[in-house]
Design a protein around this ligand. Sequence first.
Ligand SMILES: NC(=O)c1ccc[n+]([C@@H]2O[C@H](COP(=O)([O-])OP(=O)(O)OC[C@H]3O[C@@H](n4cnc5c(N)ncnc54)[C@H](O)[C@@H]3O)[C@@H](O)[C@H]2O)c1
Length: 259
Amino acid sequence: MMKIGICGAGGRMGREVCKAVLSEPAFELVCAVDPHYENQSLRELVFEAPEGLRIAARVEALVESGAEAMVDFSIAEAAKKNVPFALEHGIHCVVGTTGLSREDLESFEATALEHDVACLVAPNFAIGAVLMMHFASQAGRYLEGCEIVEMHHQAKIDAPSGTSRHTARMILEARGVDSWEEKDQGPRGLSMGGINLHSVRLPGLVAHQEVIFGGKGQTLIIRHDSFDRSSFMPGVILSLKKIAQHRGLVVGLQHILEL
Ligand SMILES: NC(=O)c1ccc[n+]([C@@H]2O[C@H](COP(=O)([O-])OP(=O)(O)OC[C@H]3O[C@@H](n4cnc5c(N)ncnc54)[C@H](O)[C@@H]3O)[C@@H](O)[C@H]2O)c1
Protein backbone atom coordinates (compact mmCIF):
# COMPACT_ATOMS: atom_id res chain seq x y z
CA MET A 1 0.00 0.00 0.00
CA MET A 2 1.23 3.48 -0.85
CA LYS A 3 1.37 5.85 2.13
CA ILE A 4 -0.21 9.23 1.41
CA GLY A 5 -0.10 12.58 3.21
CA ILE A 6 -2.40 15.53 2.49
CA CYS A 7 -1.52 19.23 2.94
CA GLY A 8 -4.50 21.52 3.32
CA ALA A 9 -6.48 18.51 4.57
CA GLY A 10 -9.10 20.63 6.34
CA GLY A 11 -9.95 22.75 3.30
CA ARG A 12 -12.80 22.16 0.83
CA MET A 13 -10.61 20.28 -1.64
CA GLY A 14 -8.46 18.69 1.07
CA ARG A 15 -11.46 17.00 2.74
CA GLU A 16 -12.58 15.64 -0.62
CA VAL A 17 -9.05 14.28 -1.26
CA CYS A 18 -9.04 12.64 2.21
CA LYS A 19 -12.30 10.85 1.33
CA ALA A 20 -11.03 9.78 -2.10
CA VAL A 21 -7.72 8.46 -0.71
CA LEU A 22 -9.51 6.59 2.11
CA SER A 23 -11.77 4.86 -0.40
CA GLU A 24 -8.81 3.50 -2.43
CA PRO A 25 -7.56 0.07 -1.33
CA ALA A 26 -4.13 0.81 -2.83
CA PHE A 27 -3.57 3.78 -0.49
CA GLU A 28 -3.13 4.35 3.22
CA LEU A 29 -3.80 7.86 4.53
CA VAL A 30 -1.00 8.37 7.06
CA CYS A 31 -0.87 12.14 7.53
CA ALA A 32 -3.13 15.20 7.33
CA VAL A 33 -1.55 18.67 7.59
CA ASP A 34 -3.49 21.88 8.15
CA PRO A 35 -2.43 24.52 10.71
CA HIS A 36 -6.00 25.80 10.94
CA TYR A 37 -7.16 22.47 12.45
CA GLU A 38 -4.11 21.69 14.59
CA ASN A 39 -4.47 18.50 16.65
CA GLN A 40 -8.14 18.08 15.73
CA SER A 41 -9.25 14.54 14.93
CA LEU A 42 -9.57 14.21 11.13
CA ARG A 43 -12.76 12.24 11.74
CA GLU A 44 -14.47 15.43 12.93
CA LEU A 45 -14.06 16.78 9.39
CA VAL A 46 -14.09 13.58 7.34
CA PHE A 47 -16.43 10.91 8.64
CA GLU A 48 -14.60 8.09 6.82
CA ALA A 49 -11.24 8.87 8.52
CA PRO A 50 -9.81 6.31 10.95
CA GLU A 51 -10.06 7.03 14.64
CA GLY A 52 -6.86 8.46 16.08
CA LEU A 53 -5.58 10.29 12.99
CA ARG A 54 -4.96 13.84 14.22
CA ILE A 55 -4.33 16.81 11.98
CA ALA A 56 -0.76 18.12 12.18
CA ALA A 57 0.03 21.82 12.02
CA ARG A 58 3.43 21.40 10.41
CA VAL A 59 4.62 19.74 7.24
CA GLU A 60 7.40 17.94 9.16
CA ALA A 61 4.70 15.44 10.18
CA LEU A 62 4.82 14.04 6.63
CA VAL A 63 8.29 12.66 7.21
CA GLU A 64 7.45 11.27 10.64
CA SER A 65 4.41 9.48 9.15
CA GLY A 66 6.50 7.73 6.46
CA ALA A 67 4.43 9.26 3.62
CA GLU A 68 5.67 8.24 0.16
CA ALA A 69 3.55 10.81 -1.71
CA MET A 70 1.71 13.94 -0.71
CA VAL A 71 -1.19 15.89 -2.20
CA ASP A 72 -1.25 19.67 -1.73
CA PHE A 73 -4.50 21.67 -2.01
CA SER A 74 -3.68 24.56 0.29
CA ILE A 75 -2.69 28.14 -0.50
CA ALA A 76 0.20 29.24 -2.72
CA GLU A 77 2.21 30.69 0.18
CA ALA A 78 2.03 27.34 2.01
CA ALA A 79 2.69 25.18 -1.06
CA LYS A 80 5.85 27.18 -1.80
CA LYS A 81 7.30 25.80 1.46
CA ASN A 82 5.52 22.45 1.84
CA VAL A 83 6.27 21.10 -1.63
CA PRO A 84 10.08 21.67 -1.56
CA PHE A 85 10.19 20.26 1.98
CA ALA A 86 8.44 17.07 0.86
CA LEU A 87 10.60 16.72 -2.27
CA GLU A 88 13.79 17.18 -0.22
CA HIS A 89 12.65 14.26 1.92
CA GLY A 90 12.08 11.96 -1.06
CA ILE A 91 8.28 12.36 -1.07
CA HIS A 92 6.54 12.61 -4.48
CA CYS A 93 4.16 15.59 -4.74
CA VAL A 94 0.78 15.99 -6.48
CA VAL A 95 -0.06 19.69 -6.37
CA GLY A 96 -3.43 21.28 -7.14
CA THR A 97 -2.87 24.60 -5.39
CA THR A 98 -3.10 27.51 -7.83
CA GLY A 99 -1.23 30.82 -7.84
CA LEU A 100 2.30 29.38 -8.13
CA SER A 101 4.75 31.34 -10.28
CA ARG A 102 7.05 30.12 -13.02
CA GLU A 103 9.96 30.62 -10.59
CA ASP A 104 8.22 28.39 -8.01
CA LEU A 105 7.82 25.66 -10.62
CA GLU A 106 11.46 25.96 -11.70
CA SER A 107 12.60 25.57 -8.12
CA PHE A 108 10.27 22.53 -7.63
CA GLU A 109 11.81 20.99 -10.74
CA ALA A 110 15.39 21.44 -9.52
CA THR A 111 14.56 20.02 -6.07
CA ALA A 112 12.63 17.05 -7.48
CA LEU A 113 15.47 16.14 -9.85
CA GLU A 114 18.08 16.54 -7.13
CA HIS A 115 16.18 14.14 -4.86
CA ASP A 116 15.08 11.73 -7.62
CA VAL A 117 11.32 12.20 -7.11
CA ALA A 118 8.42 13.63 -9.13
CA CYS A 119 6.36 16.76 -8.68
CA LEU A 120 3.11 17.02 -10.64
CA VAL A 121 1.45 20.44 -10.73
CA ALA A 122 -1.95 20.45 -12.44
CA PRO A 123 -4.14 23.57 -12.72
CA ASN A 124 -7.15 21.35 -13.47
CA PHE A 125 -7.61 17.80 -12.15
CA ALA A 126 -10.97 17.22 -13.86
CA ILE A 127 -10.20 14.55 -16.47
CA GLY A 128 -13.17 15.69 -18.59
CA ALA A 129 -11.87 19.27 -18.69
CA VAL A 130 -8.42 18.13 -19.78
CA LEU A 131 -10.00 15.97 -22.51
CA MET A 132 -12.18 18.92 -23.59
CA MET A 133 -9.04 21.03 -24.11
CA HIS A 134 -7.29 18.20 -25.94
CA PHE A 135 -10.24 17.56 -28.29
CA ALA A 136 -10.69 21.30 -28.85
CA SER A 137 -7.06 21.66 -29.87
CA GLN A 138 -7.57 18.85 -32.42
CA ALA A 139 -10.81 20.35 -33.79
CA GLY A 140 -9.22 23.80 -33.98
CA ARG A 141 -6.83 22.60 -36.67
CA TYR A 142 -9.73 21.90 -39.04
CA LEU A 143 -12.50 24.36 -38.09
CA GLU A 144 -11.55 28.01 -38.33
CA GLY A 145 -14.26 29.85 -36.38
CA CYS A 146 -14.10 29.37 -32.62
CA GLU A 147 -15.66 31.03 -29.57
CA ILE A 148 -15.42 29.87 -25.97
CA VAL A 149 -18.17 30.41 -23.38
CA GLU A 150 -17.09 29.69 -19.81
CA MET A 151 -19.71 29.65 -17.04
CA HIS A 152 -18.97 29.74 -13.31
CA HIS A 153 -20.54 30.45 -9.93
CA GLN A 154 -20.95 34.15 -9.20
CA ALA A 155 -18.17 34.14 -6.54
CA LYS A 156 -15.44 33.52 -9.11
CA ILE A 157 -13.49 36.75 -9.33
CA ASP A 158 -11.25 36.31 -12.37
CA ALA A 159 -12.68 36.40 -15.89
CA PRO A 160 -12.18 34.89 -18.37
CA SER A 161 -11.22 31.72 -16.50
CA GLY A 162 -7.73 30.23 -16.59
CA THR A 163 -9.16 27.13 -18.28
CA SER A 164 -10.75 29.14 -21.13
CA ARG A 165 -7.51 31.02 -21.72
CA HIS A 166 -5.57 27.77 -21.67
CA THR A 167 -8.01 26.21 -24.17
CA ALA A 168 -7.55 29.15 -26.57
CA ARG A 169 -3.78 28.89 -26.16
CA MET A 170 -3.83 25.15 -26.97
CA ILE A 171 -5.99 25.71 -30.08
CA LEU A 172 -3.69 28.48 -31.32
CA GLU A 173 -0.58 26.38 -30.70
CA ALA A 174 -2.16 23.40 -32.51
CA ARG A 175 -2.67 25.76 -35.46
CA GLY A 176 1.02 26.60 -35.38
CA VAL A 177 0.45 30.14 -34.07
CA ASP A 178 3.16 31.07 -31.57
CA SER A 179 2.31 34.70 -30.82
CA TRP A 180 -1.05 36.46 -30.78
CA GLU A 181 -2.80 39.64 -29.75
CA GLU A 182 -5.21 39.93 -26.83
CA LYS A 183 -7.97 42.50 -27.25
CA ASP A 184 -10.98 43.37 -25.07
CA GLN A 185 -13.92 43.65 -27.48
CA GLY A 186 -16.68 44.57 -25.00
CA PRO A 187 -19.83 42.52 -25.73
CA ARG A 188 -17.89 40.32 -28.18
CA GLY A 189 -15.61 39.19 -25.38
CA LEU A 190 -11.85 38.97 -25.03
CA SER A 191 -10.17 38.06 -28.29
CA MET A 192 -7.10 35.81 -28.04
CA GLY A 193 -5.67 35.56 -31.53
CA GLY A 194 -9.19 35.74 -33.01
CA ILE A 195 -10.81 33.28 -30.56
CA ASN A 196 -13.43 35.13 -28.52
CA LEU A 197 -13.79 34.26 -24.83
CA HIS A 198 -17.07 35.00 -22.99
CA SER A 199 -17.73 34.75 -19.25
CA VAL A 200 -21.04 33.98 -17.52
CA ARG A 201 -21.32 34.28 -13.71
CA LEU A 202 -24.50 32.94 -12.08
CA PRO A 203 -25.59 31.34 -8.80
CA GLY A 204 -26.26 27.63 -9.30
CA LEU A 205 -23.36 27.16 -11.70
CA VAL A 206 -20.12 25.42 -10.66
CA ALA A 207 -17.58 25.23 -13.55
CA HIS A 208 -18.74 24.76 -17.15
CA GLN A 209 -17.29 25.50 -20.56
CA GLU A 210 -18.39 25.25 -24.18
CA VAL A 211 -15.94 25.46 -27.05
CA ILE A 212 -18.00 26.27 -30.16
CA PHE A 213 -16.51 25.79 -33.59
CA GLY A 214 -18.11 27.05 -36.80
CA GLY A 215 -17.24 25.91 -40.31
CA LYS A 216 -18.95 25.90 -43.67
CA GLY A 217 -22.56 24.75 -43.04
CA GLN A 218 -21.73 23.18 -39.65
CA THR A 219 -20.94 23.76 -35.99
CA LEU A 220 -19.22 21.55 -33.43
CA ILE A 221 -19.69 22.07 -29.68
CA ILE A 222 -17.38 20.50 -27.10
CA ARG A 223 -18.75 20.97 -23.60
CA HIS A 224 -17.58 20.05 -20.12
CA ASP A 225 -19.43 20.46 -16.80
CA SER A 226 -18.00 20.13 -13.29
CA PHE A 227 -20.98 19.75 -10.95
CA ASP A 228 -19.02 19.48 -7.70
CA ARG A 229 -15.55 18.97 -6.26
CA SER A 230 -15.77 15.19 -6.65
CA SER A 231 -15.09 15.81 -10.38
CA PHE A 232 -11.44 16.47 -9.51
CA MET A 233 -10.87 13.28 -7.54
CA PRO A 234 -10.38 10.65 -10.29
CA GLY A 235 -7.60 12.88 -11.67
CA VAL A 236 -5.95 13.19 -8.25
CA ILE A 237 -6.16 9.43 -7.59
CA LEU A 238 -4.80 8.55 -11.05
CA SER A 239 -1.95 11.01 -10.53
CA LEU A 240 -1.04 9.38 -7.20
CA LYS A 241 -1.07 5.95 -8.83
CA LYS A 242 1.26 7.07 -11.63
CA ILE A 243 3.46 9.64 -9.92
CA ALA A 244 6.26 7.23 -9.04
CA GLN A 245 6.78 6.50 -12.77
CA HIS A 246 7.90 10.10 -13.30
CA ARG A 247 10.90 12.20 -12.25
CA GLY A 248 11.31 15.97 -11.97
CA LEU A 249 8.50 18.41 -12.76
CA VAL A 250 5.36 17.44 -14.67
CA VAL A 251 2.92 20.27 -15.45
CA GLY A 252 -0.63 19.29 -16.38
CA LEU A 253 -2.76 16.19 -16.06
CA GLN A 254 -2.46 15.56 -19.82
CA HIS A 255 0.96 13.97 -19.19
CA ILE A 256 -0.51 11.54 -16.66
CA LEU A 257 -3.31 10.73 -19.14
CA GLU A 258 -0.63 10.30 -21.84
CA LEU A 259 -2.55 12.50 -24.32
N1 LIG B 1 -6.10 22.01 -9.59
C1 LIG B 1 -7.42 21.88 -9.46
O1 LIG B 1 -8.07 21.11 -10.18
C2 LIG B 1 -8.12 22.69 -8.39
C3 LIG B 1 -9.48 22.54 -8.17
C4 LIG B 1 -10.07 23.28 -7.14
C5 LIG B 1 -9.28 24.11 -6.34
N2 LIG B 1 -7.95 24.24 -6.60
C6 LIG B 1 -7.05 25.04 -5.76
O2 LIG B 1 -6.82 24.30 -4.56
C7 LIG B 1 -6.50 25.21 -3.49
C8 LIG B 1 -7.38 24.93 -2.29
O3 LIG B 1 -8.73 25.22 -2.61
P1 LIG B 1 -9.88 25.07 -1.51
O4 LIG B 1 -11.15 25.51 -2.16
O5 LIG B 1 -9.81 23.71 -0.88
O6 LIG B 1 -9.42 26.16 -0.43
P2 LIG B 1 -9.69 26.19 1.14
O7 LIG B 1 -9.44 27.59 1.57
O8 LIG B 1 -11.02 25.57 1.44
O9 LIG B 1 -8.55 25.23 1.78
C9 LIG B 1 -7.21 25.56 1.90
C10 LIG B 1 -6.70 24.93 3.18
O10 LIG B 1 -5.28 25.07 3.26
C11 LIG B 1 -4.95 25.23 4.61
N3 LIG B 1 -3.60 25.74 4.82
C12 LIG B 1 -3.20 27.03 4.98
N4 LIG B 1 -1.87 27.07 5.23
C13 LIG B 1 -1.43 25.79 5.22
C14 LIG B 1 -0.15 25.19 5.45
N5 LIG B 1 0.94 25.92 5.72
N6 LIG B 1 -0.04 23.84 5.37
C15 LIG B 1 -1.14 23.09 5.11
N7 LIG B 1 -2.38 23.60 4.92
C16 LIG B 1 -2.52 24.94 4.97
C17 LIG B 1 -6.04 26.17 5.12
O11 LIG B 1 -6.11 26.14 6.55
C18 LIG B 1 -7.27 25.59 4.45
O12 LIG B 1 -7.92 24.63 5.28
C19 LIG B 1 -6.67 26.61 -4.10
O13 LIG B 1 -5.42 27.07 -4.52
C20 LIG B 1 -7.58 26.38 -5.30
O14 LIG B 1 -7.43 27.36 -6.30
C21 LIG B 1 -7.36 23.54 -7.60
